[in-house]
Design a binder for this molecule. Sequence first.
Ligand code: NDP
Length: 277
Amino acid sequence: MPTPKCALLIGHPLGHSLSPTFHNAAFRAAGIDATYRLADVLPENLAATVATLRATDMYGANVTVPYKQDVLPFLDALSDEAAALGAVNTIVNNDGKLVGLNTDVPGFAADIRARGIVVAGRPVILLGAGGAARAVIAALAGMAVGRLVIANRTTERASAIQRQYPAIATATGITYHDLSTTLPDTALLVNATSVGLHGDEIPIAAELLDLLPPTAVVYDLIYRPTALLRAAQQRNMHAIDGLGMLIHQGALAWEAWTGHNAPLNVMWQAAYDARAR
Ligand code: NDP
């Protein structure tokens, strides 16, 4: 009998997470004897926890806030995407060697493609300049986005990312004054700030959505209905939450661990059900 395997979600604080539900549902559906567990790790225990991933019964881990950059020194190799971004959301145990991947980048791209949203050659506004925003920008650049406006409360953080994409990106603040002339030409507005994660805050004034063309898509990385998405729906716009990105980044991690195709439908259903509870 092969030893049961294990994958962790490393973060702090972890709170509620949908990941164990859909990863474990995928293991069950594929007949794989494995479990996905939460590992709420204090900073002083991060190195020791990552070291446990080298054991033969460990597939590896997902890594979330605040450790996506902090884990880098404890790994043996990085994928090109993880190296370019300087951030890892997935660790794979390859016979005792730990390889860092970033599946947020292809995860966002996969969800955009699966929904038939075309960004090639088209203008996009991205709200936010944190870790998730960097992953979204890398994905959009890889999909040949036409023009990208990075809008962030702290404009200097947006400018720091913009300098890496000088041919396509501009940086600005997040006010009416900053965005009113750009919105009418926008095909896709992505919220990668954490505004709306708790409660009913909205990252830009709802009235600004009136300036978007009616065909615009509003995508919020937060994976539940948010005030931004409600405001978009009230204007009959296509509004998408971040559950698809979460599933796709998770499915890519699951495939890297197991070597099998991920049962995407099973993962979707498990995540939907868990979110509704
Ligand atoms: P970071 O902490 O790295 O970045 C937070 C961003 O939100 C910054 O741009 C910050 O602006 C902005 N922000 C925070 N508070 C405010 C505020 N009160 N007003 C205006 N702007 C604010 O977080 P992440 O990039 O890691 O995550 C961002 C969001 O994306 C989270 O909600 C997270 O849950 C979600 N996410 C979803 C994923 C998915 O799979 N669906 C994957 C990864 C993340 P400033 O620079 O000015 O501080």
